[in-house]
Design a binder for this molecule. Structure first.
Ligand SMILES: NC(=O)c1ccc[n+]([C@@H]2O[C@H](COP(=O)([O-])OP(=O)(O)OC[C@H]3O[C@@H](n4cnc5c(N)ncnc54)[C@H](OP(=O)(O)O)[C@@H]3O)[C@@H](O)[C@H]2O)c1
Length: 229
């Protein structure tokens, strides 16, 4: 049984990751920036019945991140798996060349500084063998052609991929693995109704990375297969 925290897990792919991991018997911490939304999500799981611990964590707020880390330390002592899932894709994100600085800052603060700051804050709680999982996107690929959609979001995920590789290199000596994965295009508030995948499919690789015997480190995955950066 592992202790696992998933950021931004009051809905969408993160919520499904929490559901699957908790159902498999792990101690799962559902982290949400909004306490009421987190309580509603935990209440929904309780009907199954699946028990989780709710922690308030706004990945764009360093004070909130530090408070969440202290709470987890006090309650659980260690953290075996950190799944950085929270992110934004803003509807105003139409052009890197002419879009507002606000869109750029908010996206980078949430999607890049967020997961890196969360990882730094929880690292002291993570023992040898612990895992960090970054929820990235094919939109951040440096191999695929540029798609032309949500450019700031795509840049944020490329940056997250770069951070994944560097953190993996640095944390290798502590035997903490750091990998990124793309859930595919998934039907959620972010992915929209036209997306071909459901949340079960979207959550699968994160659950696998959290629980598989061996996953390596510094890699990018989709559908449990390594893909090029
Ligand atoms: N859906 C797709 O097709 C797709 C494709 C590739 C990658 N992804 C990635 O998969 C992950 C989950 O996406 P999703 O589709 O499940 O999106 P979603 O349904 O929009 O859920 C996003 C979650 O992130 C939370 N969040 C946003 N800003 C936050 C902050 N500052 N602090 C804490 N939580 C915050 C949201 O909380 P609130 O409810 O409070 O807003 C929500 O719980 C993201 O990293 C996304 O980039 C998704």
């Amino acid at each position: 049984m592992k202790t696992i925290l998933v950021t931004g897990s009051n809905k969408g792919i993160g919520f499904e990751v929490v559901r699957q991991l908790a159902r498999a018997g792990h101690r799962v911490i559902l982290a949400a920036r909004d306490a009421q939304k987190g309580e509603a999500a935990a209440a929904l799981l309780a009907k199954d019945p699946i028990a989780v611990t709710l922690v308030v964590l706004d990945v764009a707020d360093p004070v909130s991140i530090e408070q969440a880390a202290q709470r987890v330390k006090a309650e659980f002592g260690t953290l075996d798996v950190l799944i950085n899932n929270a992110a934004v894709l803003l509807k105003e994100d139409q052009s890197l060349a002419t879009g507002t600085a606000e869109v750029f800052h908010k996206t980078m603060r949430t999607n890049v500084f967020g997961p890196v700051t969360v990882t730094r804050a929880f690292l002291p709680l993570m023992p040898a063998g612990a895992r960090v999982i970054m929820t990235s996107s094919g939109g951040g690929s440096m191999t695929d052609p540029v798609g032309g959609w949500s450019p700031v979001y795509c840049v944020s995920k490329s940056s997250l991929n770069a951070a994944t590789r560097h953190l993996a290199f640095e944390l290798n000596s502590r035997n903490v693995s750091v990998n990124a994965y793309c859930p595919g295009w998934v039907k959620t508030d972010m992915g929209g109704k036209s997306a071909p995948r459901n949340v079960e499919q979207g959550a699968d690789t994160a659950v696998w990375l959290a629980t598989a015997d061996k996953t390596g480190t510094g890699k990018f995955y989709r559908d449990r297969q390594e893909i090029p950066w």
